[in-house]
Design a protein around this ligand. Structure first.
Ligand SMILES: *[C@@H]1O[C@H](CO)[C@@H](O)[C@H](O)[C@H]1NC(C)=O
Ligand SMILES: *[C@@H]1O[C@H](CO)[C@@H](O)[C@H](O)[C@H]1NC(C)=O
Length: 329
């Protein structure tokens, strides 16, 4: 579906409070370029009015859990890959640069990757990788988690490999980090807190003569419920040694299904080559907050003129949408 209001974005320098999203994809170590193939989430508020990008999705029944806010809108380009290719998603917070903090240090939690035919249908997301808590530390430390101790510590790199023999066609990869730092209570019970989901989708076209079809998977929204193990979880009690305490836990159940047996058992990190394109968020003149799309012009960092607003509601098509050459960036 074409949303005429979501056309372009104007400049921000150093926005505060931004959360994490994917800035680039390396295929076998070769960068495809800034935001290429990526359905970049919306900015949630006027960038120089205290707004920030990609607020977490916390509502598990929202369509935003599928590919984040604006996730229904195709990016203008699609990344060509072959079965067996090694993909590295380059997650960042403020800039695509080694000095960026990737995701706030406190945002401990699991990382997950799913693949679905594009467009997704009922139960079409198949999990191909996940990683949760991999080292417990003595109470009250949070332990070592995928988001903070792997992805963040490795400059934002999240690796996944295209399944062997996968049939040619268009697919969406849904990569995700989950911050559990406020996840000791469910969003349903306390909307100030709850687990923070950072899903981001990447458009790929698988080439070749593979014949492997994806099995039945799960739906987003749908795969995670508020009572799904691992959605409500107190990371500060996860390693508690006092078994008499009420929240003692020693293992972490990663939400969602098990990893598909057709996925690669090991994900490898191909050495990443040079970055292609910019490293900063380019001009941004449209943003979205609570389903209201606002278009504006900027004269300088302090002055915004709002030129129009419209209501946004995701409109996922049931047939493949050829990406329009519209430049979102
Ligand atoms: C969660 O999303 C659903 C579906 O969009 C909506 O009906 C509901 O009001 C949302 N809940 C909250 C607390 O925002
Ligand atoms: C992906 O990584 C694996 C393990 O390092 C390697 O054997 C394989 O050749 C790589 N695939 C491609 C297409 O480079």
């Amino acid at each position: 579906m074409f949303h005429p209001s979501i056309l372009l974005f104007a400049l921000i320098q150093g926005h505060a409070h931004a959360h994490t999203f994917i800035w680039g994809v390396f295929v076998n170590g070769v960068d495809q370029g800034l935001f290429k193939g990526i359905r970049t989430p919306a900015f949630n508020g006027a960038p120089n009015g205290g707004g920030y990008s990609n607020s977490p999705v916390k509502n598990l029944t929202s369509i935003d859990l599928r590919c984040n806010v604006l996730g229904d809108i195709p990016a203008p380009d699609t990344i060509k890959v072959a079965p067996g290719d090694n993909l590295t998603f380059d997650w960042h917070h403020d800039k695509r640069n080694p000095t960026d903090d990737v995701i706030a240090e406190s945002h401990h939690g699991p990382s997950l990757v799913y693949i679905s035919p594009d467009p997704p249908t009922e139960n079409s997301f198949v999990k191909i990788w996940h990683e949760g808590l991999y080292e417990s530390l003595p109470f009250p430390q949070p332990g070592k988690w995928s988001t903070s101790s792997n992805i963040r510590s490795n400059g934002g790199h999240m690796n996944v490999r295209i399944p062997e023999g996968l049939k040619a066609g268009y697919y969406l990869i849904r990569a995700e980090m989950i911050g559990l730092h406020e996840g000791e209570v469910s969003f349903e019970d306390n909307q100030i807190r709850g687990a923070q989901f950072y899903p981001n989708c990447v458009q790929i076209e698988v080439t070749g003569d593979g014949s492997v079809e994806l099995p039945e998977g799960v739906s987003f929204p749908g795969a995670y419920q508020y009572d799904t193990p691992g959605v409500v979880y107190d990371i500060y009690c996860s390693t508690q040694t006092d078994a008499t305490a009420p929240c003692a836990m020693t293992t972490y159940p990663i939400p969602g299904p098990t990893v598909w047996s057709g996925a690669w058992a090991e994900t490898t990190s191909a050495p990443a080559g040079p970055l292609i394109g910019g490293t900063a968020v380019p001009p941004w003149s449209t943003w979205i907050k609570k389903s209201i799309v606002t278009s504006a012009t900027f004269t300088d960092k302090k002055s915004i003129t709002v030129v129009g607003t419209s209501t946004y509601s995701a409109q996922w098509s049931s047939s493949y949408q050829t990406p329009a050459p519209t430049v979102r960036w």
